[in-house]
Design a protein around this ligand. Sequence first.
Ligand code: PEP
Ligand code: MN
Length: 335
Amino acid sequence: MHAGATNAEIDGVIAEIERLGYRSHPIHGVERTIIGCIGDERGKARLTALESMPGVEACVPILKPFKLASREVRKENSVIDVGLGVRVGDTRLAVMAGPCSVESETQIMQSARAVKAAGANILRGGAYKPRTSPYSFQGMEVDGLKLLAKARAETGLPVVTEVLDPHDAELVAEHADILQVGARNVQNFALLRRLGKLRKPVLLKRGMMTTLQEFLMAAEYILSEGNPRVILCERGIRTFETATRNTLDLNAIPVLKEWTHLPVIVDPSHGTGYWQYVTPMAYAGIAAGADGLMIEVHPDPAHALSDGGQSLKPARFESLMQGLKKFAEAAGRAL
Ligand code: PEP
Ligand code: MN
C-alpha cells in the first residue's frame, strides 16, 4: 500500500483479496502496510488486478519460495514478545538456559535459580524428549510441564519446552511461554500447522539435514497459519566430522539474517555435543550476529538423564555469561 493509504483503502484491498479466494496477511510496518496474499500459487495472475485499487502502490510477486518469512515482505527485524517482559530479536540478547530434560523438582528449581542468577532471561527444559532409542528416558511429560510452570512462577522466567506430538500442543501451551519444535520435527508439517494455529511463540530448531531454504519453508508453515511469532535456532548439522556431535553452522546466521526478518538464536550445546566447546561457540554465534543463545545447564551433569556431556555446571555457565559481555558489546548488543 502507499505510505499514506487509509484504513478504508486497506480494508477494501483485504476484502478483494478474500473475494478472489486468498487469505490476507496484513503486515503493519513503520512506513507502510504490506498485505500478503496467501493461497494457491497457480492463480496468482488474478491478483495483479489489485494494482488498480485505491491506495495500492504495487502488486509484487515474492520471488523467494518462502514469502512471509522473507525480508522482501518485511524489511525491519521482527521482535518477538514472549511474555514476562522478555523480547527476542531486540538489542538485548535472549539467553535460554536450563537442563536438557526436567528430571525432578529439585533439579529444575536448582537449575532455574542458577541460570537466573547468572543472567539468563528464559528457562529451558524438556518434558517430552525426542530420544534416538525408545528405551532411553522419554521425559516426565505432564509432570515435567507442571514443574516448569512452578519454576516460572518462582523465578519469573518465561519457559521454553518442546512439543513432540501435535495432540499435546495445547497442553504444552497452557504451561509454557515458547513452544519448541525439535530438530527431528522441523518438517513435521502437521505439527507446524498446529503451532501456526495456536497463538504462542515458537522456537523452531533447524534439522540436522535441513538446508536453510527448507528451514525457512518450515517457518513459513507456521507463519502462513497466522502465527507471526517464530524464532529460528541453529543447532548444528550433520557432516563427515566425528570429533563433535554436530557441526555448528555459523554461516547460517548471516545468511538467515539476510534472507529473513525472524530472530535467530544459536544452540552451541547440541551444536558441539561437548561442554568444553560450548562457551567459545556461544561467543562465536553472538559475534556472527545471533539474537541469543540456548545453553544446556545442569546442576550435576555427570548424573543427567540426557545430554550430560554437553551440559554446563552452573559455575561454568556463570563464567560464560561474564565473558559474553565483551562479545555482546562488540556486536552492538546488551545483556
Ligand atoms: C533439545 O533442545 O534438548 C533437543 C532435543 O534439541 P534438538 O532438537 O536440536 O536435537
Ligand atoms: Mn538436549
